[in-house]
Design a protein around this ligand. Structure first.
Ligand code: NAD
Length: 430
């Protein structure tokens, strides 16, 4: 199939490259000329395992191209995926202006039957808005369908998630669009659930809100465990062994961040409010998440006594491992809170430092974890990158001026840390 993917970010680029490798002809479109220029040279503007290789392979096979020209891409495509950003407004609403922009441009270029698919995460009823906009701006008699196909890939394993999804959700309102999209997804051999558009839109927001709720739940349990001197890791294991609960998303830590959970949760709360339902359960999820970042800073303070004038080595900045994404990363709030108390920050992240440099001030960015720890009063684990689990802790101990680690991701064993002579604090295991 001839496919256009509009928005060449984490979702659009991964979707485009994967659709191309499934045998389609794909053009990836973006307004960002720098991104498109890089991609034309086979360079990925984002770090995502396996993505650059996939892009290069498809450039070689001529199954993928990159362009800033949405009009021409629309005319050539049968299926157009909208994967542009839907960032939060200050009041939590999703900003849908990029979606509207794209829908208008596409509408004017409709020159035969097309399926316009919302892949971005959008509030329920956005499909109707896209359809209305299309009708308003498309030439008379233009043939098209709007569909919803929310994306569930996770940054850090996006290519593999796209190719092996737990399910594909197709929100459609015509048999023709359904046929086209089922055909497109058939090679993935995954379970396909066909719904109406509005239900598909809610499935995405409800899923992300539910996962965020699991994280806040276990973080709240961690607080209880700290107070009661129990072990949250054992509690989590014991809960997760119940197949009705499941083990995933029950790892305590410093709270969730990233481009999806915080904004999708806020947007869903606002959507429900507008629909006349006060989803106060989700407000509590948000509140617990904000508190968790402050709690981590408090843990550091408890261990260090005074933060003022102390040097802190921050291990990990990205919102999670295997990504360079710094959007809404908890590290931003945590570093700012420590700096506000007078801490000097030395930081290291395997892939996110270029992005972090644009967002953080007065931070010494280091070559590796050891350099970050050199002369620091304390190391804190903020992102659970695999390489931090493999650190030579004896070496780390020698480099720190005080053998102190505050672990926001529970990656080390408290008993081993004690045996090594560390002053060690973690989450929910005091
Ligand atoms: P992103 O910021 O990485 O990418 C969005 C891209 O859209 C940018 O490159 C931007 O330049 C481009 N863009 C903006 N306006 C445009 C226009 N008018 N025409 C063409 N391109 C335009 O965002 P992302 O992380 O890929 O997220 C995109 C959407 O997918 C969001 O709604 C997000 O919530 C959703 N989503 C994201 C993830 C994730 O893990 N990042 C997962 C599932 C769903």
């Amino acid at each position: 199939m001839n496919i256009a993917v509009v928005g060449t970010g984490y979702v659009g680029l991964v979707s485009g490259a994967c659709f191309a490798s499934l045998g389609n002809k794909v053009v990836c479109v973006d307004v960002d000329e720098r991104k498109i220029a890089m991609l034309k040279k086979g360079k990925s503007p984002i770090y995502e395992p396996g993505l650059e290789e996939l892009v290069r392979e498809n450039i070689r096979k001529k199954t993928i191209t990159f362009s800033t020209d949405l009009k021409s891409a629309t005319r050539k495509a049968e299926v157009i995926f909208i994967a542009v950003g839907t960032p939060p407004k200050p009041n939590g609403d999703a900003d849908l202006s990029y979606i509207e922009d794209v829908a208008r441009t596409i509408a004017r270029e409709v020159n035969g039957y097309k399926v316009i698919v919302e892949k971005s995460t959008v509030p329920v009823q956005t499909g109707e808005k896209i359809r209305d906009t299309m009708r308003l701006f498309a030439p008379k008699g233009a043939q098209f369908d709007v569909a919803s196909n929310p994306e569930f890939l996770r940054e850090g394993s996006a290519v593999s998630d796209f190719m092996n999804p737990d399910r594909v959700i197709l929100g459609v309102e015509s048999a023709r669009a359904k046929k086209v999209l089922i055909e497109l997804y058939k090679p993935l051999k995954s379970r396909i659930l066909v719904t109406d558009i509005k239900s598909a839109e809610i499935i995405k927001h409800a899923s992300n809100s539910f996962l965020a709720m699991k994280i806040s739940f276990i973080n709240a349990i961690a607080r209880v465990c700290d107070a009661a001197k129990a072990d949250v890791e054992l509690v989590s294991l014991g809960m997760g062994l119940d197949s009705r609960i499941g083990k995933s998303f029950l790892s305590p830590g410093i709270g969730f961040g990233g481009f999806c959970f915080p904004k999708d949760l806020a947007a869903f709360i606002r959507i429900c409010e507008k629909l006349g339902y006060d989803f106060d359960l989700l407000r509590a999820v948000e509140r617990i998440n904000e508190e968790q970042k402050r709690y981590f800073v408090k843990r550091i303070e408890e261990v260090l006594w005074n933060i003022n004038q102390k040097t802190i080595a921050v291990l990990g900045l990205a919102f999670k491992p295997n990504t360079d994404d710094m959007r809404y990363a908890p590290s931003l709030d945590i570093v700012a809170a420590l700096q506000a108390q007078g801490a000097r920050i030395r930081a290291y992240d395997p892939h996110a430092m270029d992005n972090a440099k644009k967002l953080m001030k007065n931070v010494v960015f280091c070559r590796d974890a050891y350099e970050a720890c050199k002369g620091a009063d304390c190391a804190i684990v903020v992102t659970e990158w695999g390489e931090f689990k493999q650190l030579d802790l004896k070496r780390v101990k020698k480099l720190l001026t005080q053998p102190t680690i505050v672990d926001g991701r529970n990656i080390y064993d408290p008993k081993k840390m004690k045996a090594l002579g560390f002053r060690y604090a973690s989450i929910g295991r005091s």
